[in-house]
Design a protein around this ligand. Structure first.
Ligand code: 2AL
Length: 165
């Protein structure tokens, strides 16, 4: 969407477009309030600043909108379409990789009690698996920090796509 059009949207319409970027009300409200943006870079800078204020419970709630890595997001909603595109480099036909991702996700969820979140865009399945193995050794505070940063990366990539379409 062209930035000037985004600047002029009603708050309700802007919220509907921003929700698939990340399901965090305070972030969506902050972005709507910060309009009009002078350019896409200004919008992304405001988005990153607002994302640095996320609390752990914001991140926990937003994770519910993210399918497991390796599982094809179902449905036609904007979130599912974003997820499928982001995970497109994960080779669904590589059975060994799928099995390893499934096992790694399970171990991660047992240890951290939430889904493993990684910015999948730009990463193939093996790179994701290596990150999953590495992060499994993090302690809880470090993993909370890494999860929030990955959610910020995904969110900003989705916003950039939204404002560049
Ligand atoms: N569990 C996940 O990491 N999910 C995802 N990563 C992405 O980049 N998009 C997703 O849906």
């Amino acid at each position: 969407m062209e930035l000037q059009r985004f600047n002029r949207l009603s708050a309700a319409e802007a919220e509907r477009l921003l929700r698939p970027c990340v399901d965090i009300d305070s972030w969506i409200a902050a972005l709507i309030a910060a309009r009009p943006f002078s350019g896409v870079d200004a919008a992304l800078a405001a988005a990153r600043q607002a994302a640095l204020r996320w609390r752990p419970d914001d991140v926990a709630r937003a994770l519910a909108a993210h399918p497991r890595i390796g599982e094809r997001a179902q449905g036609q909603g904007a979130e599912a379409q974003f997820s499928r595109r982001e995970q497109s480099a994960v080779d669904g036909k590589d059975a060994a990789l799928q099995q390893a991702l499934l096992a790694g996700n399970r171990r991660y969820e047992e240890k951290f009690e939430r889904v493993f979140l990684i910015r999948a865009a730009g990463r193939d399945g093996q790179a994701i698996l290596r990150e999953l193995e590495r992060r499994l050794h993090n302690d809880a505070p470090q993993e909370q920090r890494e999860t929030a940063e990955q959610l910020r990366e995904i969110t900003l990539l989705r916003l950039k796509e939204l404002l560049s379409d």
